[in-house]
Design a protein around this ligand. Structure first.
Ligand code: UD2
Ligand code: MN
Length: 347
């Protein structure tokens, strides 16, 4: 009897043990039976816990700031879109509160700026004024895409802020420089930024900061309303109007006309935007069509379908040649007056 028991035990072990070892060391089988991963719509955010980062707004206890109101506030401008995204105007947010919330998240903000050909001359002022106004007190990494890395200006940057040159080819057409921005932004995110950056803003270099541009501008997908068209009827917006183009916006459609010179948001969102605009731009080129305002047209098409979760008022990209309207209480960032013929490689 005892011998029968022993034989049974040994033969059981001989069957069970290889099975256990097999399931343990053979990952596909193991995954299949033991660890089947749940694919959720949010899994692309899981790695950096980005989603909670964006929506979990924790304020420090005992922070003192002005009492908020839901019955008084700015009445001269619209501060929310029809899809209930905030429109950021001076007087609609508390900068101290915002900074305290985002300080606790330990975020890194990347900024991209293109300085190809003669446009390198704008870089010094752009960087110097960014030091004074752009996410002061936060970790900021500025990437300059340029064909002249040796001409990078010397600008003293505060602790936690850095500058990196990213070499790109020169071009004989300004349209191509402007349009290829989406391609290089996509590449930078895939190669580098995904490792550590949380948010990104993509900005025109021929501009300067004049006042605070800070954490109030952060959001999933962030667009700036163009200063030239924010009072205009949508029929006047310079969208791409040829249906053959992938940037086409039909008459009677489109929310706002957004700037190509400033946009941003969470890294994942901007990656999706850059990838889509780049591939649509390329497909258009194969068909022999270039949208009216290059990547700005593609961006506007993208934002019509993918509504921005935060809209920045034209305070965030004004133009120096424009008279200031009364609803604009502050100018944060503005394009300088320039002589196109003197600085662009073609006219
Ligand atoms: C306020 C705003 O929304 N501006 C848009 C408008 O700008 P602008 O008329 O201001 O165009 P722009 O000449 O500033 O070109 C856009 C950007 O491309 C880069 N660049 C351009 C030419 C060059 O030789 N070297 C160089 O580096 C540079 O970063 C510049 O800031 O129309 C362009 C047309 O496509 C873009 O959509 C811009 O974003
Ligand atoms: Mn510009």
């Amino acid at each position: 009897m005892q011998l029968v028991n022993k034989i049974l035990l040994v033969s059981l072990l001989l069957v069970v043990l290889p099975l256990v070892l097999y399931y343990y060391f053979f990952p596909t089988f193991r995954d299949l039976f033991f660890e089947q991963k749940e694919i959720t719509p949010f899994s692309r955010y899981a790695e950096r816990n980005i989603l909670s980062q964006e929506f979990h707004l924790v304020a420090p206890d005992h922070l003192k700031y002005n009492q908020p109101s839901i019955v008084s506030g700015r009445t001269d401008v619209v501060t929310v879109t029809p899809w209930l995204a905030p429109v950021v105007w001076e007087g609609t947010f508390d900068p101290v509160l915002f900074d305290s919330i985002y300080k606790q998240k330990n975020i890194t903000i990347a900024a991209t700026v293109f300085a190809v050909g003669k446009y390198i001359m704008f870089l010094k002022e752009f960087l110097e004024t960014a030091e004074k106004h752009f996410f002061v007190g936060f970790r900021v990494h500025v990437f300059v895409f340029t064909d002249r890395p040796n001409e990078l200006p010397q600008v003293k940057m505060a602790a936690g802020r850095q500058l990196t040159a990213y070499p790109v080819p020169s071009s004989k057409r300004w349209q191509e420089i402007s349009a290829r921005r989406m391609e290089f932004i996509q590449e930078l995110i895939e190669k580098e930024l995904h490792k550590y950056a949380d948010y990104i803003f993509c900005l025109d270099v021929d501009s300067r900061f004049h006042s605070r541009w800070g954490t109030e501008s952060l959001g999933g997908l962030v667009a700036v309303v163009h200063p030239g068209y924010y009072r205009a009827d949508r029929s006047e917006f310079p969208y791409e109007r040829r249906p053959e183009s992938r940037a086409y916006v039909a008459p009677g459609e489109g929310d706002f006309y957004y700037c190509g010179g400033a946009f941003g948001g969470l890294l994942q969102e901007v990656h999706q935007l850059a990838k889509t605009c780049h591939s649509n731009f390329k497909a258009d080129a194969t068909d022999g069509i270039e949208a009216a305002w290059q990547e700005e047209s593609h961006l506007n098409r993208y934002m019509w379908i993918n509504k921005p979760s935060k809209v920045l008022s034209p305070e965030y990209l004004w133009q120096d040649f424009k008279n200031i309207n009364p609803e604009v209480k502050i100018i944060r960032f503005s394009g300088v007056i320039k002589n196109y013929a003197a600085i662009r490689p073609n006219v």
